[in-house]
Design a protein around this ligand. Structure first.
Ligand code: SAM
Ligand code: SF4
Ligand code: FES
Length: 347
């Protein structure tokens, strides 16, 4: 039955929640699923891999997501906040290595003024690079100002569409507000990125199926899927964590249902499997986000243990990932890597 469903998804790019859950619950057809996603990736987004340089510019956070090492109550972490000029400098260096997109990511909160963020975005835009922001929940006014300053994309994972689970994991957040943020981001003309954590305690294949349907419904342009990796400095330290395999399956199904979007091979996948990003690139992904943060900050941006590249330099990572991409007969894109829409979202 699942084999038939994969063929259907490859042809029609549509499955019901029950059908998705059936595939997710069946281990035997993994190979067929990953191969189908690879074919659809090649057909709709080609062989180019888009590289986005990731600047982890502050690990300060005012929230308490129970899975994350940056959570406010984690006192076991040396905190940092890069100066605006340092962030711009890291971006400049990344552009000199050939990056056409910078992703600016941090914990959530008002640690930078709106004016500071606008200044950073404006200066980086002058470098002829696209900008993705990943700085959490903001007001509509702030999202608007960052967009006007030149930010092109915004990444805000829904994490899980299971409302009860969301509530348990995010004591100081609200699921409805998160969805409203995503709608606002889309309305303002950003490319919208969202995604989920895989293997959260209590998460079911049915709820993962719901996540994939949500990605379609919200009209996402990019979807980041990664395993939840337990961090010993968080309340979820004794949990099992997500598997590489299940993360790949959710990612592959996302590609089958949303053929033309951008899908990163996430860092967390490589943290669980030394070939994780390459396997992901051959199972539906077409984006990699190498770290372009310099120095000790890489290690201090500690969401979970086993994070890759913490002792490497941006120059080394750039060469490393390019070699790996060429090694699987793929090419590194030379453009900004915006989604080329073939399918319109319903909403
Ligand atoms: N603070 C912003 C936010 O929450 O959207 C952006 C930074 S946050 C660290 C980026 C992502 O890290 C989150 O969306 C979450 O999915 C992921 N993350 C946090 N803790 C993790 C863990 N223990 N394992 C895997 N991913 C994790
Ligand atoms: Fe803060 Fe984001 Fe981590 Fe939540 S996931 S604690 S908002 S950095
Ligand atoms: Fe950082 Fe390979 S991408 S060392």
């Amino acid at each position: 039955m699942s084999d038939f469903l994969i063929k259907k998804a490859e042809k029609e790019h549509n499955l019901t929640g029950d059908e998705l859950a059936e595939i997710l619950g069946n281990d035997e057809i993994n190979r067929n699923l990953l191969d189908a996603a690879n074919r659809i990736r090649e057909k709709y987004v080609g062989n180019d891999v888009h590289l986005r340089g990731l600047v982890e510019f502050s690990n300060l956070c005012s929230k308490n997501c129970v899975y994350c090492g940056l959570r406010k109550d984690n006192k076991n972490l040396k905190r940092y906040k890069l100066k605006p000029e340092t962030i711009i400098d890291f971006a400049q260096k990344a552009v000199s290595y050939g990056y056409k997109t910078l992703v600016l990511q941090s914990g959530e909160g008002d640690f930078y003024t709106t004016e500071d963020m606008i200044h950073i975005v404006r200066e980086i835009k002058k470098l002829d690079a696209a900008i993705t922001l990943s700085i959490g929940e903001k007001t509509e006014e702030e999202y608007k100002l960052f967009r006007q300053a030149g930010a092109d994309r915004f990444l805000l994972r829904i994490e899980t569409t299971d409302k009860q689970l969301y509530k348990k994991l995010h004591p100081d957040m609200n699921h409805e507000n998160r969805i409203n943020c995503l709608k606002t981001i889309r309305k303002l003309g950003y490319e919208l990125g969202t995604g989920s954590l895989i293997g959260l305690p209590g998460q079911t294949v049915e709820s993962l199926a719901g996540d994939i349907l949500f990605f379609k419904e919200i009209g996402a342009d990019m979807i980041g899927i990664g395993p939840f990796i337990p961090n010993r400095d968080t309340p979820l330290k004794d949990e099992k964590g997500g598997s590489f395999e299940m993360s790949l399956k959710v990612m592959a199904l996302t590609r089958l249902l949303l053929p033309d979007i951008n899908i990163p091979a996430t860092t967390a996948m490589e943290s669980l499997n030394p070939q994780g990003r390459l396997i992901a690139l051959q199972s539906g992904a077409n984006v990699v986000m190498p770290n372009v943060t310099e120095g000790e900050y890489r290690a201090l941006y500690k969401l979970y243990p086993g994070k890759i590249c913490i002792n490497d330099t941006p120059a080394h990572c750039r060469g490393c990932i390019t070699g790996k991409i060429h090694g699987i007969n793929r090419t590194v894109s030379k453009d900004y890597g915006f989604r080329k829409k073939i399918f319109q979202s319903k909403s």
